[in-house]
Design a protein around this ligand. Structure first.
Ligand SMILES: C[S@@+](CC[C@H](N)C(=O)[O-])C[C@H]1O[C@@H](n2cnc3c(N)ncnc32)[C@H](O)[C@@H]1O
Length: 234
């Protein structure tokens, strides 16, 4: 599994990036979902708490990373009502095990981490745990992968006297995957307080690939705004 995430940086930088967009785009796609939602790769719970605002459904938040789950549970603990309504599943998507199928599944910014062979095996597992006609929504972008490039700063935030900066370098990329490194640095002026480097692969399947895999697993495409794909179990 690719992991380009540095836990202490996650919430600091995520609110600046995809979370605000998803909070705009997801609610209309999920309108009409009332019984149950599974969130795959819930991370620190930034989307989970929004799901709980948009729907009164029972929520299942699946997250394999213990560090991420720690942040998620800490976020849920701030709202006792959520501790009643959200079940946290401490394993990866292929290990999914639910008492009964859910009405909808949401997977935000997770696919980049799934190796192609793993991803192909995941769709039938999700299909098995979705109600007939149930909805699967996930982030997806067409247009290929970033071309190789040197280290570039992506974002930074001030925290007291320190600056938290993330940079990335792309070593090589082909049609559906890339190899790169992410560098997470905490600095005070010119002084580096800490630095963490994560090297690995990321994946972005083409439209033909994703369509073939989902149709093969019994899904039919539904409408979704740009940046998201929605599929229903036939
Ligand atoms: C970029 S984070 C996104 C977290 C959250 N969805 C959000 O939008 O804030 C990707 C998450 O996917 C999780 N993940 C990676 N591989 C996974 C797998 N095989 N099954 C389920 N989750 C996975 C990671 O642990 C991480 O928390």
């Amino acid at each position: 599994m690719a992991n380009f995430i540095s836990l202490p940086f996650y919430d600091l930088l995520a609110e600046n990036s995809h979370v605000a967009t998803m909070r705009e785009k997801l609610p209309p796609v999920l309108a009409g979902v009332h019984r149950s939602v599974l969130e795959i790769g819930a991370g620190s719970g930034l989307i989970t708490v929004s799901l709980a605002e948009w729907t009164s459904a029972e929520l299942f938040a699946l997250e394999p990373s213990a560090g991420m789950r720690g942040m998620l549970l800490s976020r849920l603990s701030e709202q006792p009502e959520l501790l009643e309504r959200v079940t946290v599943l401490p394993y990866d998507a292929l290990s999914l095990d639910l008492d009964e199928p859910v009405e909808a599944m949401v997977m935000i910014n997770v696919m980049y981490a799934l190796e192609p062979d793993y991803r192909k095996r995941v769709w039938p597992v999700l299909a098995k745990h979705l109600e007939p006609g149930g909805l699967l929504v996930f982030t997806w972008r067409d247009g290929g992968l970033p071309a190789p490039r040197p280290l570039k700063e992506l974002d930074s935030r001030r925290v007291g006297r320190h600056t938290y900066t993330v940079s990335s370098e792309i070593f090589e990329s082909d049609e559906e995957s890339f190899r790169g490194r992410y560098v997470y640095r905490i600095t005070q002026g010119d002084k580096v307080i800490s630095e963490e480097e994560l090297v690995g692969h990321g994946y972005r399947p083409t439209w033909e690939t994703i369509q073939g895999e989902l149709v093969g697993a019994g899904f039919v495409q539904a409408d979704a705004p740009e940046g998201l794909l929605a599929w229903r179990l036939a």
